[in-house]
Design a protein around this ligand. Sequence first.
Ligand SMILES: [Mg+2]
Length: 210
Amino acid sequence: MSEIKIVSFDAEGTLVTPDFSYAIWFEAIPQRYAQRNGIDIYQARKIVEEEYQKLGDQRLEWYDIRYWFDKLELGAPDPLLDKCQGRVRYYPEVRDVLSSLSERFTLVVASGSMREFLQRLLRDIEPYFTRVFSSLSDYKQLKTAEFYLSMCQAMKVQPKQVVHVGDNWQFDFAASSEIGIHAFYLDRKKQGDCPNSLENLTQLKAYLLG
Ligand SMILES: [Mg+2]
């Protein structure tokens, strides 16, 4: 581990709880849809959630709030994103871990969320990060092996000099491992039995700082 230069974090589910996204996708969007179409919130939720399910999380558009605002004819997303700013929550160990690791390593964010989300999600912890990569906004792709390679190139490091941690087995663990990044799967509920899994980021700090 002595060769590690960069520690890369996923954002949602890793640094930031799902609260903000939940507020956007399952509260604010259905509310706006209900108002615009003169229907009640229950009907609106059902329609909107069916549309989400039809598309599925393997498609890029799933993560694209502008796509959904166009499709559902909801106007401009930014005021609604601002309205939900107060719902952003960090996991309890995040500030301590970032503060300790930032003394030894360069920290970056590698997220599948779009920049409009990341600006708000990371607002209070942004100074810890040298760079924030959005696979969707910067590279128009999900978090693939190719995306992680582009990130390494942008940071001028080899994959073996990078640690990445995130809570999605496919997009964080498998895709980054594929190119030789030291990947950790964050399994906060400890559901699986994946090697290299962590229950929280304090375990990552212990591993990296000894
Ligand atoms: Mg995540």
